[in-house]
Write a protein that binds this ligand. Structure first.
Ligand code: CDP
Ligand code: MG
Length: 833
């Protein structure tokens, strides 16, 4: 006799249906859409006697009851011992003092910008304030708050933290969703996700139906996805007037965002950190007393070119040492740097001291300093893994009974991730080697010492030559301050910057936003898949819009690879590529690999290219390392070498054997593990979109045709091609845009002076002084003609012209003839279709 609102009727029906073991009508349809329902579970409803008295029950009443229950649960938790401690901690955070100001700004404005120092409680507290204030209001159980994070690891760790603060299980009120992983339930009201996940959600749900608050965190990083999301949200706000948008930044550049959103109000949270003593390079050397001796041997990296540190510096010679440092600093002419441009800073390379200095500093801290964790900022995954490998062999730092050595980077597994937050046992010093992920989005509480190498891996983009550059480049002043700030969290700290003060003075204030310094292919594809209209018109509405030429290059590229047709619409291939969360060229390889039943090696290639180079080149064993790599490279392909190296590891992968294999072959164990798990990820993605059937035997066959694999690689990497021109002694490499190019020093193709193929396809070109190609595979004319470019019909014609242009530009007469006839055949083929 209870009359339920229509939305709940079906649920109760289903409940009863299950109860009496019958499937009620319409159940299938219901269960498909049930994931969006978060109001009440029917089980819950049956436990609420006052709602189930005869008569009419309104939706409001149910929501109100649910909110009341959530409130009661929180009160009970907050009165428990643990809950009290949590509340004490939470209320000690600077954000807590601004709670009322923040909530009232949010209630009165559609967009609010909040800034505050890292660690002041933005990410963990503000979403909770909103949640709590909603629960305390009548709408409570209706709210759905989405908070985006630039990285998976922070979405996962923050949601876990908040659940702990609320005394709940992760996935109840607070959950997370990242690519291929997630913990959320029907009652999840606060969801942390990566920015990419929210963009994907917009694909299916353009108005974000049911979402009450969107929080975009870490906007100061100015990542591509975040800038992209802001354009979409700006469009959405007038359509959803009740939706609230909150932007959070760790730096004080809030005005820019405020004016983008028509003068949205800003709330600043004044922060507190303990004082941090700052040591620049000149002070470090003095402080540690390490001896500097001139080092004459010059190696490829330019590392240690100037000095070598020697550990056993007798104290009495210290003053001499200091003057030696001064001498060296003067010789390198740092004094003038402040007057020069950012670019000229590249002459001063921190790698000169690099790993050795870090190693010495770590020893110094372990031996002489008070307890506390050390956080080392490095440029990227490659550096982290090679430094980690190096330190593991060290007498003191590698001693696991005294030091806990950990890595912290974006693609880390959850298991590994937990370790960095844990406090080690007394007497053990935690050392975390991190990328700039630890700069703002992750807080490791017990850090007392910070070592900052001064650089970060950053992509930049030369639109004129259509050449992306990925290089460790100098960080900005803001980043340097952020890094320093990580030291003063629990007690006064120390920060060691591995560069002289005058270099710091010449840093730029802020980093350029990613949208201005990366190729735009992936974002253009996303614009199309979200049906956001014309690419260039859409991008012109960005916070800072990219150059015209950069946009045109991206569109042109997508047409050439067959993802867009002539009128800028997605092709079938393009649609598949938008589903695969990787660069289009790698997506193409996977698709063709799956279609041609040659998936296994392609999975290894794409996974290996995503983790960067697994081949290590320790400086003192360069020859041995190269010889080891040469065993894997019989056939002029870096990609095939990667596949073989991985397969060898997979065969040996039994604990020690796997390590031994990597050790012998100069491979990074971490990279191998990462490749392994990425392969699984990619495979299940392809299964989801129906490109492979779930027969696992296909996945595990390691017999494949190497020629076919080469062709698939070519299909993916085109138009990244360069011609091989032979002269008497060597092979010269040329691309159409750059003229002569060189191979990156560790390419297998760089070992041979004569490459017996007419073409190389390459994964990446990087401009330093000259243009360098990274990861290349040699291919023949016929492979290039047949597999270069898109296979979709619409673009075939354009593709042929393009390819023709390339070929006619370089081709020897015999090849030209072959090409002409193939071209005619293909054209006829298209016409008959
Ligand atoms: O976002 P913001 O940098 O302002 O700070 P937060 O991530 O909200 O962190 C606030 C405080 O919570 C930090 O100072 C940490 O001490 C603590 N926290 C923690 O103990 N464990 C976590 N997983 C995250 C934060
Ligand atoms: Mg934060």
């Amino acid at each position: 006799e209870v009359i339920l609102p229509p939305r709940l009727q079906r649920r109760v029906e289903i409940h009863l249906g299950q109860y009496i073991s019958q499937k009620p009508k319409g159940m299938d349809a219901f269960s498909r859409s049930s994931s969006n329902c978060s109001i009440a579970t029917n089980e819950w409803l049956f436990e609420q006697p006052e709602l189930l008295t005869p008569g009419e029950v309104s939706m409001e009443k149910i929501i109100w009851r649910k909110s009341q229950q959530m409130q009661e649960e929180q009160l009970i938790w907050q009165q428990s011992t643990e809950g009290r401690e949590m509340m004490e901690f939470r209320s000690s955070l600077p954000a807590y003092k601004e709670k009322d100001a923040i909530l009232s700004a949010i209630s009165q404005n559609q967009v609010v910008i909040i800034s505050g120092e890292t660690g002041c409680g933005k990410t963990t507290q503000i979403p909770q304030f909103i949640l709590e204030s909603e629960i305390n209001s009548i709408r409570g159980a209706m709210c759905s708050i989405i908070c985006t994070q630039p990285r998976r690891i922070s979405a996962m760790s923050i949601s876990e933290r908040i659940s702990a603060e609320r005394g709940e299980k992760l996935g109840d009120t607070v959950g997370y969703k990242v690519r291929l992983e997630g913990m959320k339930g029907r009652d999840t009201h606060l969801l942390f996700c990566t920015t990419g996940i929210l963009l994907r959600r917009l694909l299916a749900d353009r108005n974000l139906k049911g979402v009450t608050h969107v929080i975009v965190d870490e906007i100061h990083e100015r990542g591509m996805n975040e800038d992209f999301l802001l354009i979409i949200l700006k469009d959405l706000l007038p359509r959803r007037p009740e939706l609230r948008l909150i932007l959070m930044s760790a730096t004080l550049d809030a005005e820019l965002f405020s004016s983008y959103f028509g003068g949205a109000p800003m709330v600043h949270i004044p922060g507190f950190t303990y004082p941090v003593r700052t040591h620049f390079l000149e002070n470090i050397l003095e402080r540690t007393g390490y001896q500097l001796t001139p080092y004459n041997q010059i190696d490829d990296y330019g590392m240690e070119k100037m000095w070598k540190m020697s550990k056993q510096a007798p104290r009495k010679r210290k003053s001499q040492l200091v003057s030696a440092v001064e001498e060296a600093l003067k010789a390198a002419d740092f004094k003038d740097y402040s007057a020069q441009t950012q670019q000229s800073l590249s002459c001063w390379n921190p790698d000169c001291l690099g790993f050795n200095l870090i190693e010495c500093l770590l020893c110094y801290i372990c031996e002489n300093e008070r307890p506390g964790a050390v956080l080392v900022f490095l440029t990227g995954w490659e550096d982290i893994s090679s430094l980690k490998d190096k330190l593991q062999g060290h007498l003191l730092v590698g001693d696991t009974s005294r030091v806990l050595l950990l890595a912290c980077h974006g693609s880390m597994a959850s298991e590994e991730q937990k370790l960095i937050f844990n406090k080690p046992e007394d007497g053990i010093r935690k050392i975390v080697l991190a990328t700039n992920i630890a700069e703002t989005s992750i807080t490791i509480n017990d850090v007392v010492f910070v070592i900052d190498c001064g650089k970060a891996k950053e992509t930049s983009y030369d639109a004129l030559n259509n050449t992306p550059c990925l290089l460790p480049s100098w960080i900005s002043k803001v980043s340097a301050r952020q890094r320093r700030g990580r030291a003063g969290r629990v007690q006064p700290g120390e920060c060691y910057h591995l560069y002289p003060r005058c270099v710091y003075d010449a840093f730029a204030d802020y980093q350029l936003p990613e949208i201005l310094r990366t190729p735009l292919q992936s974002i253009c594809l996303q614009i199309k898949s979200l049906k956001l209209g014309s690419i260039s018109e859409f991008l012109s509405r960005a916070l800072q819009s990219p150059e015209y030429l950069a946009v045109q290059n991206a569109i042109e590229y997508l047409k050439i690879i067959g993802a867009l047709d002539e009128t800028e619409n997605l092709t079938v291939l393009g649609r598949y590529l938008t589903i695969l969360p990787m660069e289009p060229k790698h997506g193409k390889m996977l698709i063709l690999g799956a279609i041609l039943n040659c998936l296994d090696p392609v999975l290894s290639v794409v996974a290996a290219l995503s983790v960067r180079d697994p081949f290590l080149t320790p400086m003192d064993k360069k020859d041995l390392a190269e010889a080891a790599k040469a065993q894997f490279s019989r056939d002029y392909s870096d990609h095939l070498a990667l596949v073989r190296a991985f397969e060898g590891w997979k065969v040996a992968d039994r604990d020690l054997a796997g390590y031994e294999y990597c050790w012998k072959n100069f491979l990074s164990v971490q990279s191998m593990k990462a490749i392994d798990s990425l392969r699984e990820e990619f495979y299940s993605l392809l299964k989801d979109i129906g490109l492979v059937d779930s027969n696992p035997t296909i996945f595990n066959t390691w017999s494949y045709d190497e020629h076919l694999l080469r062709a698939i690689i070519c299909y993916g990497l085109y138009p990244g091609i360069c011609s091989v021109v032979h002269n008497e002694k060597t092979s010269l490499l040329k691309t159409m845009e750059d003229g002569q190019v060189l191979l990156y020093y560790n390419s297998v193709n760089a070992r041979d002076s004569r490459i017996p193929y007419p073409w190389l396809v390459f994964n990446e070109k990087i401009k330093v002084n000259s243009v360098f190609l990274r990861d290349s595979t040699a291919v023949s004319d016929s492979v290039l003609v047949l597999f270069g470019g898109g296979i979709s019909e619409g673009v075939m014609d354009g593709h042929l012209k393009m390819l023709g242009g390339y070929l006619e530009f370089y081709m020897e007469p015999a090849t030209a003839k072959l090409y002409q006839s193939l071209k005619r055949e293909l054209e006829e083929f298209i016409q008959t279709k």
